[in-house]
Ligand binder design. Sequence first.
Ligand code: 5AD
Ligand code: SF4
Length: 461
Amino acid sequence: MTEQTTPAHGENSRKVFIKTYGCQMNVYDSTRMSDALARDGYVQTEEMAEADLVLLNTCHIREKAAEKVYSQLGRLRDLKAARNREGREFMIGVAGCVAQAEGEEIMRRVPAVDVVVGPQTYHRLPEALSRARAGDRVVETDYAIEDKFEHLPKTDAARTRARGVTAFLTVQEGCDKFCTFCVVPYTRGSEVSRPLAQIIDEAKRLVDGGVREVTLLGQNVNAWRAEGPDGREWGLGDLLYRLADIPGLERLRYTTSHPRDMDDRLIEAHADLRKLMPYLHLPIQSGSDRILKAMNRRHTADDYLRLIDRIRSVRPDIAMSGDFITGFPGETDADFEATMDVVRAVKYAAAFSFKYSSRPGTPGADMPDHVAEEVKAERLERLQSLLIEQQAAFNQSCVGKTVSLLLEKPGRFPGQLIGRSPWLQSVNVDAKGVEIGDIIPVRITGTGPNSLYADMVLELS
Ligand code: 5AD
Ligand code: SF4
């Protein structure tokens, strides 16, 4: 009997393999689920073959992302059958946004799935697993009244240290903007901000675990609002000023922002805070006012361009990044050209662009004049070649400059380390006398397809 309860690899602990799809918030949620499972004796493995529990942390944003989940579940069903024949436990869990949107459907379509937990209920995962072990199939997707963060174990310094010198920290979740293409208001719920004290505590813990750079996360991160110690309502700008006071926390970033929530205090933070990196991900989605209106973005292309001018006037070295959708319903050639014009005006350092994907339940799905797939694809290709050109030009403009680099991990060759520039570029450097976690000045010497090359220098010029 002992053979049936003890994994075949001969260790007492159970192993969990977590596969994360989608955005950075899912990456963060996966770390928190891993911490919660660790309390139950689960050790995380990078090998699916040796896992006793496979957890898919899923993304629902586009049709393709959601489809991937079902094909992966098909493979897991077969793996589970094989494991069960050997008399070994093998559980399948689905978390994230597909779980939230289609929990019951997942259970119906894939009987091998044991538990489903949503983005707001994953603190209940350990309990759901023990109920599943007792024979239940558990779906936990009701929006919990309790705050999951209050119920999750705090990440200890050793686990943080094992994850590296940069970390994500969710400060805000959900969305009240209701862009007509987007499922997020339905999967992640309405905008909720974490309280200030919780965020400061987590940031300090990360620093105690060796983290030097924190990226604040939220679907609408710049809509973060909470009561400050002065009794006033604080916004993201105030939060950044406060976090910049934490000794040892050297770099701050935040993502993703909505143009309508870029307030004066946040722009001031970009001007003042040396620790706030000069990089801003600010999606516009389309450059056509007609399409922006149909998307319910509640700003024009000109509002967006003027906002960037204001930010650049206080922080001239800021690098811009954005998200774009081609082929939203009703998009004409002229509308698409307006998007290309915005891209030419802004000159992006990085960007993400997608073909419109019709999502059931969103207003866009019911709009007339859906654009043919090949037209969406053609526009996407033109847009992406312009964006790639701009990214290459931006990288090229860094050659010869001395920049600060946060050393993150070993490089491909002995003696080489890979670090991150203030503009989120990955940079290879031959490093002597320095270690991971150090922030050092380097001179950029060249560019490669996915990263830059640099030499160490003694001082920032
Ligand atoms: N189709 C295509 N892209 C989408 N995005 C969100 N919803 C859709 C959709 N239905 C893109 C937007 C958003 C990013 C996270 O994903 O550009 O900013
Ligand atoms: Fe995917 Fe959006 Fe959910 Fe992130 S929030 S996991 S991108 S659907």
